[in-house]
Design a protein around this ligand. Sequence first.
Ligand code: HXC
Length: 510
Amino acid sequence: MKDILQVLEARRADARMGGGERRIEAQHAKGKLTARERIELLLDEASFEEFDMFKAHRCTDFGMEDNRPYGDGVVTGWGTINGRQVYVFSQDFTVLGGSVSATHAQKICKIMDMAVQNGAPVIGLNDSGGARIQEGVDSLAGYGEVFQRNIEASGVIPQISVIMGPCAGGAVYSPAMTDFIFMVRDSSYMFVTGPDVVKTVTNEVVTAEELGGASTHTRKSSVADGAFENDVEALAEVRRLVDFLPLNNRERPPVRPFFDEPGRMEESLDTIIPDNANAPYDMKELIQKVGDEGDFYEIQAEFAKNIITGFIRLEGRTVGVVANQPMVLAGCLDIDSSRKAARFVRFCDAFEIPILTFVDVPGFLPGTGQEYGGVIKHGAKLLFAYGEATVPKVTVITRKAYGGAYDVMSSKHLRGDFNYAWPTAEIAVMGAKGATEIIYRSDLGDAEKIAGHTRNYEDRFANPFVAAERGFIDEVIQPRSTRMRVSRAFASLRNKKLTKPWKKHDNIPL
Ligand code: HXC
């Protein structure tokens, strides 16, 4: 018996060494942790239960029968994050470059199946040279099986991808179908075709970092939802995100202890709106002042900054926040901000996370760039996402709510449950000056007359009371009381049920 135990320990030690000392050193030299070190940081101490530690590939081509490392380049299993279960796979670049063989893919599929069955998120730590070149189509089949599971798990359990090394070719499409992608600065990249192919086909000269590094994907392409300095920070931030999320679509988000009075008055909000209606203010200040303990987990902070998306807690419960940011492009909606917010709203709705919307929007961004880029279809994404969302929806209009953008931003007409406005709200078809120049076109030559008409229009429409008279605004509230009002609103909506007509699925304007 003792001998057998020793054999087991020796085999385990072998598996834990991955690709061996030299390759582990090379991994560290690149500033990267190993697959197992990453799992240790991601999960609660000693909570990791491994599957398939001894699984090895069955390829016999290219001399591979003599190179059958335990684990086959990926470490899989489950553990806990602050006591809550998650499944994890962590690709081991020290073993055959973390490349994906048929068996490597089977290991990932196994934990994905268990995650769906048992209702817990999947977190993938990606660090791979792509398809195992020696295996050919078997590897592609393996990817295909993972893809299909990504699709089936979508909306059932949260799926989170962390890109911590190479992720290239078709391999990018598994993370692409997960709910959140995070990247590590300077050590990770994602692209469909690499710099060499790009050079050959388009004659563009570009580095891997420029083509698909963290900065490109968080600022330009919006493929990634966040970027972090190193492995340690990335894994700590994933832990923080998981704390906001439910384990699956049948479970509510966790309720955390909170130390912030729900009725807290925030007097500074009474003066946050500048006297000049065109002057900006920082919408993030409002979000932080409303949420428990000022804690805000922002998603896509570097992309389409004219809209803010992320999670706060109210009375310890997760709330998704969408807010126009007047500091960027005056907070208008455009292609990028509509796409960004629509995806976020759909995530919240899929996982029963209530949505709080702060509105200060002068309308949609004009221009040929926007129209040629399809702002009609992209803007419709956000409209559609809000309209189909059945989770509790609370909206606060702080200042401008003009035109179609008023309707889009979780208005009463899209089944907003509580639609509040601050006294500074201006709810109208458009700004007063633009409106009078159209209605009083014949007076355009007379600046004084136009100024008078503009003042009249402002007096008549640049306020929340016309909408409140019609019940489109449920209540005009004091800015200082916003935290209390929205907390009470969400508390009253905890048992909300809204049924929709049967359909196979909708046809959101993609
Ligand atoms: C098998 C691979 C591999 C792969 C790397 N290795 N990629 N083995 N299949 N795809 C092995 C290397 O042989 C090497 O083995 C070890 O991993 C580390 O690789 P290095 O090249 O030494 O590392 P580095 O210099 O850091 O370069 C990393 C790399 C490079 C840029 C990822 O390895 C590379 O270009 N690999 C090939 C990438 C590729 O073309 N993949 C297929 C893409 S198509 P030793 O024994 O020396 O340590 C694809 C399609 C997916 O992925 C389709 C899904 C539908």
